[in-house]
Ligand binder design. Structure first.
Ligand code: DAH
Length: 339
């Protein structure tokens, strides 16, 4: 039996040494160590060995198994290393091939315009804050002096979530939220998405963006509002831009105004761009209504403030001379890339 074991071991080791492929190596493992393998067969025929010799013989079989397994393992490693080397040699990388073109994205005109507006106001010491897009009716309307039956509520065709919650129709509710925090003075702008149940056309979309502005401090007057917005218009549209304040009505400001800038295309002479008038409307503004200050916990006898609201798309369309708002939402990279 011992000789037979020795012979099996040598045969196995010889076959391992000869194996040139990994699957051949696996055949060897099955043939010798598998369930029906030759070494396993030796173990099964232990009964032929004299009982007193069985422990010693059993040990020999185990030693043979260990040796064969070690040889298998080592040869496997060698073969794998060789296979890898062969593969690396075969798959040479051609460094002279032209590189794949990397498609770099592009900032959206809205983003470019917003960053410009933020740069201007941050430069004047304003903070940029954000408010929720899903808002309480309380902030979107009530605290801005638009109570339940106020006609101004109808002007902003609102998406209601329920009686108390709406998709905000304007960024003005951020004013109320910031004032309520009670940290004075306030100098902030609040950009963000707003929603109105409007039909899509060249100048309307159910979802667009506004930038709200608010300043509250002691001794703030309409002169501060005018100076600030004049400076803003100059920085945005050019040093020669003139500004015109037209009386208007907003429930949360008193007095209120709409601001036009002189047409930067024709310099005010009148052209197709400004529809012949020489002026382009860009925003709404006014002095914060004392009642609004009061509702937000600020004493109107001690503090005054001004506010304004700009349509971001309007700025982007004007600045980049885009004549249809829908182009901003189609996300055609060929269009967006131009700005
Ligand atoms: N929220 C107004 C709108 O959507 C715009 C506006 C006008 C905001 C005057 C203001 C303001 O803060 O003072 O039409």
């Amino acid at each position: 039996m011992k000789e037979k074991l020795q012979a099996i071991k040598e045969e196995a080791l010889a076959q391992i040494a000869e194996a040139e492929m990994l699957d051949k190596l696996n055949d060897v493992r099955v043939n010798f160590l598998g369930k029906k393998g030759k070494l396993t067969a030796v173990l099964k025929s232990m009964k032929e060995v004299a009982p007193e010799e069985r422990p010693a013989f059993g040990q020999l079989v185990n030693e043979a198994r260990v040796q064969i397994e070690a040889a298998l393992e080592e040869t496997k490693k060698n073969l794998e290393a060789k296979a890898l080397e062969r593969q690396l040699k075969e798959e040479v990388i051609d460094v002279t091939l032209p590189a794949k073109k990397n498609n770099v994205g592009h900032r959206h005109p809205n983003t470019i315009a917003l960053e410009e507006v933020e740069r201007i106001f941050v430069g004047m010491g304003y903070e940029v804050v954000e408010g929720p897009e899903v808002e309480y009716d309380l902030y979107n309307f009530e605290k801005l002096n638009i109570p339940a039956n106020h006609p101004a509520k109808d002007e902003q065709d609102t998406f209601y979530i329920n009686k108390e919650i709406v998709l905000r129709t304007q960024t003005s509710p951020v004013q109320a939220r910031v004032m309520e925090q009670g940290k004075l003075p306030i100098r902030m702008i609040a950009p963000g998405r707003v929603f109105r149940s409007d039909e899509v056309d060249a100048t309307h979309s159910p979802s667009f963006h506004q930038i709200e502005g608010l300043v509250v401090d002691r001794n703030i007057t309409f002169a501060d509002l005018k100076g600030t917005l004049e400076q803003f218009a100059k920085e945005l549209f050019g040093e020669n831009t003139k500004t015109k304040f037209r009386p208007h009505h907003f429930p949360f400001t008193e007095p209120s105004a709409e601001v036009d800038v002189s047409c930067f295309k024709c310099g005010g002479k009148g052209c197709r761009f400004c529809k012949g008038s020489g002026w382009i409307e860009i925003l709404g503004c006014g002095m914060v209504h004392p009642h609004v200050l009061e509702m937000c916990g600020i004493d109107p006898e001690e503090y005054t403030g001004f506010a304004f609201g700009v349509g971001l798309e309007r700025i982007a369309l004007l600045k980049y001379e885009i004549d249809d708002m829908r182009l901003l939402y189609e996300n055609d990279a060929r269009f967006l890339k131009q700005f």
